[in-house]
Structures are given as C-alpha cells and as structure tokens.
Design a protein around this ligand. Structure first.
Ligand code: SF4
Length: 233
C-alpha cells in the first residue's frame, strides 16, 4: 500500500476505481484541467510570497494577491515573532508513529501550505490556499496534524481554508484524540468527529488487500481518463 495523503484519500472517497487506476495500476495520471493548473500556479506564487521571495505575480490575478496580502503579512509577523513557520512543508510518518522521510514513509504523508508552531510549542496554526469553489474537507487538517505529531506532538491546531477566489476564510479547530492514526481501534473513533476519516482509512487499507475497487460516478467523471462506462458523463 502506498502512503495515505489528503489528496489520494479524497480520490479514493470520490471513486475507488479511479484511485486504483492512478495509484495501483498507474494506468492513468491524476487528472488536470485548466482550473487545476491555475490553482497550482497561484499556490507557487503564494509559496514564494510567504518565503519573502520575489514573485512575478500574473497581472490578471492581482485580486488574489490583494486578498491574500494581509494573511501573508501575518505569516511574516509570526516568523519575526519567534514562531517556527514551514512553507510547503512535507510531513510524513510511518505506521509505528515515527517520523519518516517523504519517500520512505509507509503510512501517511501530507504537504502543508503553511504550518506555524508557537514559540512555546503548545499550539500551531495551519493555512491551506484554495482556488475555485470546491469546498475543503477538514479531514485534510486532521491528516496534516497527524503527520506533524512526530515533529510537534499532539497539540491543538487552528486551521484555515483560504478561499481566495471567494474572498473568504473558513476556520477549523483541530484536536487529536489519539496520536497515531495507523494504530487506532474502533472503540477510539466510533461516534467521534473522526469517524468518517478513520473509516475511509480502514476501507482503503482493506481495498489494497481485497483488490476491490468499485466504480462510483461523480462530477469528476467529466475529466476522468479511466476506461469506464461513466467516463465523460
Ligand atoms: S469515470 Fe467516473 S466512475 Fe468511472 S472510474 Fe472515472 S470517476 Fe470513477
């Protein structure tokens, strides 16, 4: 099984058959449309701005920059104020809960747009840049937090999706009820806010064993490259 990540788990939840084509048989690439390419380009510009590097910001995207500037300014003030700030941070853990290198991890890895640890190391902040209208799933922030446990511990997080096209932010408070997602038993998560996430992780692990990947039609069928009767619908 390849390590879980927020994006591949989201793809599995959307359509297991499509996940299989991308990550198991590797017969298709992750689909990319114009909106995704724009999102990647803006992520790259925001990464450079947060790192205080020169940015060749596209003229037609100045509205995004104007909206994000106060957040970028706050991130710079945190850096000046002694916070540990990681931009485009790659965090990875093994199934035994130990910290792992990105390519060595056997359980979980997540790329985090901005992660900031307080000088007292007792709380942390996360930001995720979002283009377009597709809503973020707060499970992404739980996965980010689980992937940071070996580095920062199971501290509380405040996390924000920054919907820069919609000019709004959405805040989530993240508290981990356990430290290692790989080892958690059913009694730990049944009925908790983490139930959908842990069930998805459990189902994905089982699918790698049983090789059962059902087709699940969804709005992504329009861009899907799989050989599937729902493709393009
Ligand atoms: S076309 Fe739709 S149902 Fe078929 S594999 Fe792709 S996403 Fe899944």
């Amino acid at each position: 099984m390849i390590p879980i990540s927020p994006s591949n788990l989201a793809k599995y939840r959307e359509c297991p058959f499509h996940y299989q084509g991308i990550y198991v048989t590797k017969q298709v690439k992750y689909p990319e449309n114009e909106a995704m390419r724009r999102g990647s380009m803006l992520h790259s510009c925001l990464e450079q701005a947060c790192k205080q590097q020169a940015v060749d910001w596209p003229a037609k995207e100045t509205a995004v920059l104007d909206y994000c500037l106060p957040i970028i300014g706050l991130i710079h003030r945190l850096m000046d104020g002694g916070w540990t700030v990681h931009i485009e941070h790659e965090a990875a853990v093994n199934a035994d809960g130990s910290q792992a290198g990105w390519w060595q991890a056997d359980f979980l890895r997540s790329k985090i747009d901005v992660a900031a640890l307080s000088p007292g190391k007792d709380r942390a902040l996360l930001w995720d840049w979002k283009s377009g209208k597709t809503p973020g799933n707060p499970d992404q922030f739980y996965l980010n937090a689980f992937s940071l446990v070996p580095e920062w511990g199971a501290i509380p997080y405040e996390a924000w999706f920054v919907y820069f096209d919609q000019k709004r932010v959405e805040q989530h408070s993240i508290k981990l009820p356990f430290t290692n997602l790989a080892l958690v038993g059913e009694s730990h998560w049944k009925g908790s806010a983490l139930e959908p996430l842990v069930k998805s992780v459990r189902d994905l692990k089982a699918a790698w064993v049983t090789n059962d990947w059902p087709k699940t039609p969804n709005r992504g069928c329009r861009w899907c490259l799989m050989d599937c009767e729902y493709r393009g619908r």
